[in-house]
Design a protein around this ligand. Structure first.
Ligand code: GDP
Length: 298
C-alpha cells in the first residue's frame, strides 16, 4: 500500500539527515521533492499545492529544536500534514437515536460496494449490532444473489425483493426494508444501491430517490482506491448527484500510489470513514488518518 510514496518520501528525508540546520534553499528543495512525490502518487493538484504550501510554511517557521534534528522536524511536519489531509480525527458512524440506523451505500459498479456491504455488516455484528442488508441494486443481474451470499458469509439477514415479482422498484424495496427492520428489530439497515460502470444520470437519480425516500443517517460513497485521481472526479459527480456523508476506500491492498486516499477528503470535504484491504470479509476496518500517515512514513 502506497509503496511508491513511502519510498520517495524516505529518500527525501534521508537527504536531510546530514544537515545541521535547514536553510530556505534546503526547504525549497525538500518541498519540491515532496511535490514531485505527491504528483507521482497521483494526488490531485489542488491537494498537492495545499499540502506543499503548508509544509513549507511550517518548515520555515520551525524553531531550532533541541529534541529534533532538521530531518526529524520535517518528518514530523509531513506526518502532521498527512494526518490533516487524510481527515484528522477518525470519523465514527453516527447512529440514529431511534433504531434502525440507516446506512446507504453508493458508488460505481465494480467499486467493491456489495463486498463492502458484507464487510460492514460483519464488522457491525461483531460489535454487537444486528444489521440487515438490503438489496436495492436491482439493475445488475446477480446483484441480489451476490448480496445474499454476502449475508450468509457475514451471518446477517438480507432483505431482498421476492423472486418472480418482476424487477421491482428499488425505492420501494428500500422503503419497505425499514419497516421490516423495525419489525424484526434490526438496529441497523445497510442499503446496497445500483452502480453503473460509468457515471450515469439514471443511476444518480435512482440513488437520489432512495436517499429522499429513506433519509439515511449515513450515505457512504464507496470508491475503488486503485483508480487513483479518477476517484476525485467520480466523488464530485456523486456529491452533486446524490450527496454523501463519508467515503469508503476499497482495494487499498492493490493501491501502490495513494492518490485517491490523499485527495478525496480535501476535494469533497467528506471524511474517509472505512477502508477495505482485500477480498475477505475481515479485510476491513474503520479508517484512522494517524495510522495511515504512520504507514506511509514507516
Ligand atoms: P460492486 O459491483 O461495487 O458491488 O463490486 P463487488 O463487491 O462485486 O466487487 C468487485 C470485485 O472487487 C470483486 O471481485 C471483489 O472480490 C473485489 N474486491 C472488493 N473489495 C476488494 C478489496 O478491498 N480488495 C481487493 N483486492 N478486491 C476487492
Amino acid at each position: 500500500m502506497f509503496e511508491t510514496l513511502s519510498d520517495r518520501l524516505t529518500s527525501v528525508f534521508s537527504s536531510l539527515r546530514s544537515k545541521g540546520r535547514l536553510s530556505d534553499a534546503d526547504i525549497d528543495a525538500t518541498t519540491r521533492e515532496i511535490r514531485i512525490a505527491l504528483l507521482e502518487a497521483d494526488v490531485a493538484l489542488p491537494v498537492v499545492k495545499a499540502f506543499v504550501a503548508q509544509v513549507k510554511e511550517r518548515a520555515r517557521g520551525a524553531e531550532v529544536s533541541q529534541a529534533l534534528n532538521p530531518a526529524q522536524q520535517v518528518v514530523k511536519i509531513v506526518n502532521d500534514e498527512l494526518i490533516e489531509i487524510l481527515g484528522g480525527e477518525t470519523r465514527r458512524l453516527r447512529y440514529a437515536k431511534t433504531p434502525p440506523t440507516v446506512i446507504m451505500l453508493a458508488g460505481l459498479q465494480g467499486s467493491g460496494k456489495t463486498t463492502l456491504a458484507g464487510k460492514l455488516a460483519r464488522w457491525l455484528r461483531e460489535q454487537g449490532h444486528t444489521p440487515m442488508l438490503v438489496a436495492a441494486d436491482l439493475q445488475r443481474p446477480n446483484a441480489v444473489q451476490q448480496l445474499q451470499v454476502m449475508g450468509e458469509r457475514a451471518q446477517v439477514a438480507v432483505y431482498a425483493p421476492e423472486p418472480g415479482n418482476g424487477v421491482g422498484d428499488p425505492v420501494d424495496v428500500a422503503r419497505r426494508s425499514i419497516d421490516e427492520a423495525r419489525r424484526q428489530q434490526h438496529d441497523i439497515v445497510i442499503i446496497d444501491t445500483a452502480g453503473r460502470l460509468g457515471i450515469d444520470q439514471d443511476m444518480m437519480r435512482q440513488a437520489a430517490d432512495i436517499r429522499a425516500a429513506v433519509t439515511p443517517d449515513e450515505v457512504l460513497f464507496v470508491v475503488d482506491a486503485m483508480i487513483g485521481q479518477d476517484a476525485v472526479t467520480t466523488a464530485q459527480a456523486f456529491m452533486d448527484g446524490v450527496g454523501f456523508d463519508g467515503v469508503v476506500l476499497t482495494k487499498l491492498d492493490g493501491d501502490a500510489r495513494g492518490g485517491a486516499a490523499l485527495s478525496v477528503r480535501h476535494i469533497t470535504g467528506r471524511p474517509i470513514m472505512f477502508a477495505s484491504t482485500g477480498e475477505k470479509l475481515e479485510d476491513f476496518d474503520a479508517f484512522h488518518p494517524d495510522r495511515m500517515a504512520s504507514r506511509i512514513l514507516d
